[in-house]
Design a protein around this ligand. Structure first.
Ligand SMILES: C[S@@+](CC[C@H](N)C(=O)[O-])C[C@H]1O[C@@H](n2cnc3c(N)ncnc32)[C@H](O)[C@@H]1O
Ligand SMILES: Nc1nc2[nH]cc(C(=O)O)c2c(=O)[nH]1
Ligand code: SF4
Ligand SMILES: [Mg+2]
Length: 265
């Protein structure tokens, strides 16, 4: 942790923010990460459903484990109750290469947590495969990335303190390191910033984060919180006009429309 409270991992370091899935974040229940393997909850080929590459066939690699605990997380099997076995960097990259798919989406959980993500990105870059990283933007790593897709977590994402006292506190402390996000944006070849909005009460905070990040409206994507087409239809009525008025991109999460909220899609 730096003096500003930001987290920066050097190559092959262990992950001090790594928490377990229960109410004892930081416990040693999980093995420390290594630079040549990481825990994977699922891999699959699908179409990118969010942001500027929507529609592009992509090989998804979902790491397991997260340093945050959004109450609405749509992949609890990679955050609240992380599942999956450890796999080597070599086997993951081999499978991607054998698939012939030219775009990879590294997501999670939090894909910037395991140090092995750096080797994956270096090897994919060598193979000239396009890399998107879907991240909450709380962890600073230097790695090759074509599209850094940052989804900053607003305060309404915090889990209920009454139900999850330790995670509520940690989530609140970790969720918005603006300096880390700025550096990720500066280093990446391209970037987008995607906000999940659950209610109009989050508008002011969203606008002030955009201001602090210094990004243009064209780089901002507004996504409704929700995991069904019905929830997205209902949210679009109030959220899309607000987004359009400010010149933001509106992001209907298309995978939900195409496939429903199903794992592996
Ligand atoms: C599961 S997260 C994994 C990557 C990273 N941890 C993050 O949050 O950006 C993938 C994307 O799904 C979004 N997301 C998760 N749950 C959601 C929900 N209930 N409604 C809308 N978007 C959601 C996240 O904000 C992020 O953009
Ligand atoms: N099709 C599809 N597109 C996605 N874009 C970002 C995803 C994610 O979970 O990070 C995702 C996902 O899970 N599926
Ligand atoms: S940061 Fe991403 S993976 Fe972690 S809990 Fe929030 S939405 Fe889920
Ligand atoms: Mg998803």
């Amino acid at each position: 942790m730096t003096s500003t409270g930001e987290i920066r991992f050097s190559h092959a370091s262990a992950d001090p923010t790594r928490g377990s899935d229960d109410e004892m974040p930081g416990s040693d229940r999980e093995m420390p990460s290594s630079s040549d393997e990481l825990r994977i909850s699922e891999t699959f080929v699908s179409r990118q459903g969010e942001g500027k590459l929507t529609g592009v066939e992509s090989y998804f690699v979902r790491t397991s484990g997260c340093n945050l605990r959004c109450w609405f997380c749509d992949t609890p099997y990679a955050s609240w109750k992380p599942e999956g076995d450890r796999q080597s960097v070599a086997s993951i990259v081999d499978q991607i290469r054998q698939s012939g798919v030219q775009h990879v989406v590294l997501t999670g959980g939090e894909p910037m947590l395991p140090s092995a993500i750096e080797a994956i990105c270096r090897q994919l870059r060598e193979a000239e495969i396009h890399i998107t990283i879907e991240t909450a933007g709380t962890i600073d790593r230097e790695l090759p990335c074509d599209l850094m897709s940052i989804s900053p977590k607003l305060s309404a994402s915090t889990p209920a303190p009454a139900d999850h006292p330790r995670w509520a506190q940690l989530h609140q402390q970790r969720r918005m390191p603006i300096g880390v996000m700025r550096r990720l944006i500066e280093r990446a070849d391209d970037f987008q910033v995607k906000f999940v909005i659950d209610s109009a009460a989050e508008y002011d905070e969203c606008l002030s984060v955009i201001d602090e990040l210094g990004v243009r409206p064209a780089d901002v994507w507004i996504m409704p919180q929700g995991v069904t087409a019905e929830a997205m239809d209902a949210a679009a009525l109030w959220l899309k006009p607000w987004s359009d008025e400010r010149g933001f991109q509106y992001c209907d999460r298309m995978q939900i429309r195409w496939y429903g909220n199903r794992r592996g899609t």
